[in-house]
Ligand binder design. Structure first.
Ligand SMILES: O=C[C@H](O)COP(=O)(O)O
Length: 256
């Protein structure tokens, strides 16, 4: 039996990371369109708008099956940290998930394994579930370093996470070369890396815990390739960028 068959408790999670798209009024329109189209979804559905849209989107999705995520957060609760957003602020407006260590943040905003780890620990201690992004660049893949890079990012991100909390962590495997490029890792290749991530979690927390951790694939996920990805044994969902900006496309992905 596949690991999905044995561990049916891993409910798929499909999240739309809007990145720096959608003003508050556009955001409201998008979720209003989305709500009726995803209400029968078997997967957990998450939308991840920019910070300034969160309050409005939170109001619109109240009472629906759509959950709210944020794209980043700082690890402190409050203080003189101009421009930052704290876990308490996110909690109060109904955020459940927070993306941490997206490759765009690692690339453009100086996010490191160390800051990722601090944010993961802070999110967990404030009752937020982190969606921790890991993934290799094209040159790392070409040099045969995919597993080394991804597994090291995973271990660093999880330092100090307790066995109780590990099941609240979601990992998103996003090969950087597949993000926004139209190039997708083959479902099989993605599954191999995701299996290796699960084995790493098993080596740290035991097989049973690892079997409960949800690991998504991200990188040019579209209505056309979602079924193939979800058919793999270890892929538990998707972190969707571009295709989550069009309600009908995101709905098709969610209802794969
Ligand atoms: O967070 C989402 C990913 O970076 C994937 O983006 P994409 O679907 O536009 O390739």
């Amino acid at each position: 039996m596949t690991s999905k068959g044995v561990f049916a408790l891993r409910r798929p999670i499909i999240a739309g990371n809007w990145k720096m798209h959608m003003t508050p009024s556009e955001a409201v329109k998008l979720v209003e369109e989305l709500i009726p189209q995803v209400k029968e979804a078997k997967a957990e559905v998450v939308v991840i708008p920019p910070f300034v849209d969160l309050t409005e989107v939170s109001k619109v999705i109240k009472g629906t099956n759509i959950l709210l995520g944020a794209q980043n957060m700082f690890w402190e609760e409050k203080g003189a940290y101009t421009g930052e957003i704290s876990p308490l602020m996110l909690k109060e407006i109904g955020v459940k998930y927070v993306v941490i260590g997206h490759s765009e943040r690692r690339q453009y905003f100086g996010e490191t394994d160390e800051t990722v780890n601090k944010k993961v620990l802070s999110a967990l201690s404030h009752g937020l579930s982190p969606i921790v992004c890991v993934g290799e660049s094209l040159s790392q893949r070409e040099e045969g370093k995919t597993f080394e890079v991804v597994l090291s990012q995973t271990k660093e991100a999880l330092k100090g996470v307790s066995p109780d909390d590990i099941v609240r962590v979601v990992i998103a495997y996003e090969p950087i070369w597949a993000i926004g490029t139209g190039k997708t890792a083959t479902a099989e290749d993605a599954n191999e890396v995701i299996k290796a991530i699960r084995n790493t979690i098993a080596s740290l927390y035991g097989k049973e815990k690892a079997s409960l951790v949800r690991i998504q694939y991200g990188g040019s996920v579209k209505p056309e390739n979602i079924s193939e990805l979800m058919a793999e044994s270890d892929i538990d969902g998707a972190l969707v960028g571009g295709a989550s900006l069009v309600a009908t496309d995101f709905a098709k992905i969610v209802n794969y």
